[in-house]
Design a binder for this molecule. Structure first.
Ligand code: PMV
Length: 338
């Protein structure tokens, strides 16, 4: 039995624009998905998923891939979760040269599904790692990131960047621009996350931005402007001492860029009333900046605040189901057992 875990992430800057080749800076956070893989004597795959938080509920089911558990949650989310596990198994079989390998797989996650925190990437990265290790063919984190990207690409019909999967595999803060992915050094940023209890449909949101972008030059310019924000953010991060506590001036500069980034994402139609309301609650509470994270449409916002104020304000904000501090996860995918 092999257990691997991989972290979720928040986008400091750059989601959506990254799909069109602009750079993005996601940061791994200490919320993990854990996947257990046990090789079987036949070629079947059996998946048991516990604690997949959907819409604030906890789903518990146990069934073979293809069976549908009797739970009161959106089928699309559940199917998506199963699709990612299926794709991870295919990648692991291919990587290990074992096309008929069967597994008993168990998934546990404390990352809400489809909420912009990279739950699917974490499950896929941890799943491929656990399955290949269980077959005695471990991959490097970079190979895992690449395989996980291919799995997401297949499930999301080609509408995926390398950002989520690379960040989850490598940990820390990363910069992604097209196929070019690297880890970057950043100070330990004081992230606070607000979660509205819901989820967005990544495929539909990405398609919506693509449509706007092809219809209006100003929407295409908006995507390029998000890239400019990311480049400015990278310049500021590059000048900061990664080992020092971040100073208020640095947080203020990054926060301004996050606010701007949120405004442009909102202009591209991917925000939501609940996300805007949490963003404003965070700003009113004194956060240096706040923006939605991930695909949008519902799910999470991320704010920068070293004080407890933002978390407290969010927990009293109507429409906020959960608020928590998210530590930067310096470690990416890792073996938990044996
Ligand atoms: O909501 P998430 O965590 O799946 O992030 C989606 C980020 C996008 O830029 C919208 C799509 C992508 O694959 O980069």
């Amino acid at each position: 039995m092999t257990v691997c875990s991989a972290p979720g992430k928040v986008y400091l800057f750059g989601e959506h624009a990254v799909v069109y080749g602009e750079p993005a800076v996601p940061c791994a956070i200490e919320r993990r998905a854990r996947v257990t893989a046990e090789p079987r004597s036949d070629d079947h795959v059996r998946v048991e998923a516990e604690d997949l938080s959907l819409d604030g509920f906890t789903v518990e089911y146990d069934g073979a891939v293809g069976d549908h558990p009797d739970v009161d949650v959106e089928r699309s989310l559940l199917d998506a979760a199963m699709g990612y596990i299926d794709a991870a198994v295919s990648q692991a079989r291919e990587a290990a040269g074992a096309p008929d390998a069967g597994f008993d797989i168990a998934v546990e996650s404390d990352i809400p599904l489809g909420a912009g925190l990279g739950s699917s990437a974490a499950v896929v990265v941890a799943g491929i790692d656990a399955a290949t290790r269980a077959l005695g063919e471990p991959l490097s984190p970079r190979e895992l990131a690449d395989r996980a990207y291919r799995a997401e690409y297949d499930v999301q019909d080609g509408q995926a960047s390398r950002a989520d999967t690379f960040c989850s595999a490598m940990g820390g803060a990363v910069r992604v621009e097209g196929d070019d992915c690297e880890r970057i050094e950043t100070p330990n940023l004081p992230f606070v996350v607000g979660f509205d209890g819901g989820a967005g449909d990544t495929g539909a949101l990405v398609a919506g931005v693509r449509e706007l972008k092809s219809e209006y030059d100003f929407a295409a310019d908006t995507v390029t402007s998000i890239g400019d924000i990311v480049r400015e953010g990278e310049r500021i991060l590059g000048a900061a001492d990664p080992d020092a506590e971040p100073e208020a001036e640095l947080l203020a500069e990054l926060g301004d860029l996050m606010n701007f980034n949120h405004g442009l994402l909102s202009a591209l139609g991917v925000s939501a009333r609940s996300l805007d309301s949490m963003v404003w609650a965070a700003r009113d509470a004194g956060a240096h900046g706040a923006k939605l994270t991930g695909a949008g449409g519902g799910g999470c916002i991320v704010a920068l605040d070293p004080t407890p104020e933002t978390k407290t304000a969010l927990s009293f904000t109507q429409g906020c189901a959960d608020a928590f501090r998210a530590e930067l996860a310096t470690e990416g995918v890792r073996v938990e057992a044996p």
